[in-house]
Write a protein that binds this ligand. Structure first.
Ligand code: UD1
Length: 432
C-alpha cells in the first residue's frame, strides 16, 4: 500500500495544469457503447477509476486504443473506444464493487441491446447512495427490472419508449444514465428536475455530436427526441472543476499563489465567490484561474453544499480544512450525502477545532496551528483534505490509504511538488 509523506509549511507558487474531469469521462466512456462506430475521447485523465471503467468495457467487448497527446500544453492521453458487437451484457460484482460509476453501462446497454445485468452497487463511506431514481425512470420507459442475487436485471422488448419523467432528486448519476437511455428510445423523453452539473452538459454535447437530439442542455429540463442510431465522434473532455477547486484551496491554505491552467472559471462560480469572501484574490482568465492568497489574512465563512450551481459536496472537505486556517468560526453544512464528515476525526488528530452536529453540520474554528500526524481517509475528497492539512501542518504528515486519491487526482505529488510542496510517495510492499 502506498502512502504520502508531507512536510508542511511551504508556500505553494507556480502553475498547475488541470486535467480532464473524471466525473465527465466516466459517463462519456459508457456513452461510446451506444454506437457500433469508434468514439475518441481526448484530454482523458490518467486515473485508476478510468482504468477500472476501461477494464469493464473490455470485458463487455469494447476494443480500446490509447494515444499520447498534448492538449492545451498538458501531456495526456486520448482513448478510442469501439464496440461493433458485445461479448457480454453483464457488469459483474468485482468491477462495480471497485467503482460505483460502473452503473453508467445500464442506460447504454439497455438502449442498444435491450438487456443488461448490473451488480447493484451498495452504499459507500459517504452514504447509502441508492439507485431507485435510475431504475424507476427506466421502468417508466418500458424496461422490465428485477433485482436478483444482488444484480439488477433489466430488459426491454424492442426499443425503450420516451416518457415524461420528474426526478424527486436532481441526481447526477440518474440524469446521465437516463439521458443515455433516452437518446435511442422511441419518441420524446422529458426529464424534469434533471441535474445541471457541467459534466452532464458535456455528456449531452457529445451525444448530440453522435447524432442525438437533446435540447435544454445545462438547464433542469432536458428534452430528448429519440433517434434510431448514433454514430462515432471525437470529443474533448471538460476540465475537472473539482481538481481545480482542490488546488485553489492548496494555494489559499498555504497563502501562496497558483495559476490553475485550463481550469474553467464558469464551472466554479460558487467556490470562487466563497474564496473571495474569505479574503483570497481570485482572477478569472480566459483559460485559467489565478488564486493568490499571499499576505492575506483569511476570515471564516459559512458554506452549505447544494446541487449545481450551488457549492459542490465534492469540495466540502477541502474548504472545511481551509476554514481551520481562517479567523473566527465557520459553519459547514452538508446537504447531499448523509455521512460526509469522515475527515473530521482525522483533522482533530492534527489539532483542528471542529464540532460536528448530527450528520449535517460542523462548526469549524480557526486554530493557530495544525500539527503533522499519521492519518488515513475513507474517501477520495476527504483524502485530499488531509493532504491540504499536511501542507500547512507543523512537522510531518503521513497520509495512508492513498488508493482513494489515485482514483481521482492525476499525478498528485508531481503537481504539488511542481509548485513547491515537500511531498513524496512511499510504497510498503510487505503490507500487501
Ligand atoms: C455524482 C458524483 C459525485 C458527487 C455527486 C453529487 C460521479 C461519478 N460522481 O455522484 O462525485 O459527489 O454526484 O454531486 O459523477 N440518490 C437517490 N436515489 C438515486 C440516486 C441518487 O436517493 O437513485 C441520492 C443520493 O443518495 C445522494 C443524492 O441523491 O444523496 C445525490 O446523488 P447523485 O447526484 O446521484 O450522486 P452520484 O451520481 O452518485
Amino acid at each position: 500500500m502506498d502512502r504520502l509523506r508531507i512536510k508542511g509549511g511551504n508556500k505553494l507558487k507556480g502553475k498547475i495544469y488541470i486535467s480532464g474531469a473524471k466525473n465527465a469521462a466516466l459517463p462519456l466512456i459508457c456513452a461510446s457503447l451506444l454506437t457500433d462506430e469508434a468514439v475518441t475521447l481526448t484530454n482523458m485523465p490518467l486515473l485508476s477509476d478510468i482504468r477500472s471503467m476501461n477494464a469493464l468495457l473490455e470485458q463487455l467487448g469494447t476494443k480500446i486504443e490509447s494515444h499520447d497527446e498534448i492538449v492545451d500544453g498538458n501531456a495526456c492521453k486520448s482513448y478510442t473506444y469501439h464496440t461493433p458487437k458485445f461479448e457480454s451484457l453483464v457488469a459483474p460484482y468485482d468491477y462495480v464493487r471497485k467503482m460505483r460509476a460502473s452503473y453508467y453501462v445500464l442506460g447504454p446497454l439497455l438502449a442498444r441491446q435491450g438487456y443488461v445485468e448490473l451488480s447493484l452497487p451498495g452504499g459507500c463511506a459517504i452514504g447509502a447512495r441508492p439507485m431507485d431514481i435510475h431504475l424507476s425512470a427506466l421502468e417508466q420507459m418500458g424496461a422490465n427490472i428485477e433485482i436478483k442475487n444482488g444484480y439488477v436485471i433489466a430488459k426491454v422488448d424492442g426499443r425503450l419508449k420516451g416518457a415524461h419523467l420528474v426526478f424527486k432528486i436532481a441526481s447526477v448519476g440518474a440524469t446521465c444514465n437516463v439521458l443515455m437511455a433516452a437518446v435511442l428510445a422511441e419518441g420524446e423523453t422529458i426529464i424534469e428536475n434533471a441535474a445541471r452539473e457541467p459534466e452532464i452538459g458535456d455528456l449531452a454535447k457529445m451525444l448530440n455530436s453522435m447524432g442525438a437530439k437533446i435540447s435544454g442542455i445545462d438547464t433542469s429540463v432536458l428534452k430528448v427526441e429519440g433517434v434510431e442510431r448514433l454514430h462515432g465522434t471525437t470529443h474533448k473532455i471538460i476540465a475537472d472543476r473539482i481538481e481545480a477547486g482542490s488546488y485553489a484551496v492548496a494555494a489559499a491554505i498555504t497563502r501562496g499563489c497558483i495559476e490553475l491552467v485550463n481550469a474553467q472559471a464558469e464551472t466554479l462560480q460558487t467556490p470562487i465567490k466563497l474564496l473571495r469572501q474569505t479574503g483570497v484574490n481570485v482572477e478569472e482568465r480566459e483559460h485559467s484561474i489565478v488564486v493568490d492568497a499571499e499576505g492575506c489574512e483569511l476570515v471564516g465563512q459559512d458554506l452549505m453544499t447544494d446541487y449545481y450551481p450551488g457549492f459542490p459536496t465534492d469540495l466540502q472537505a477541502q474548504f472545511l480544512t481551509l476554514m481551520l486556517t481562517a479567523r473566527g468560526a465557520s459553519m459547514v453544512t452538508e446537504t447531499i450525502f448523509e455521512n460526509r464528515f469522515m475527515h473530521v476525526p482525522e483533522l482533530l488528530r492534527m489539532g483542528a477545532n471542529i464540532n460536528v452536529h448530527g450528520h449535517a453540520s460542523a462548526i469549524v474554528r480557526g486554530v493557530d496551528k495544525l500539527y503533522g500526524a499519521p492519518v488515513m481517509a475513507t474517501d477520495l475528497r476527504a483524502s485530499f483534505a488531509l493532504v491540504l492539512a499536511g501542507l500547512v501542518a507543523e512537522g510531518e504528515t503521513i497520509v495512508n490509504r492513498i488508493y482513494h486519491l489515485d482514483r481521482g487526482y492525476e499525478k498528485l505529488e508531481e503537481k504539488l511538488r511542481g509548485v513547491g510542496a515537500d511531498i513524496v510517495r512511499e510504497s510498503d510492499k510487505e503490507e500487501e
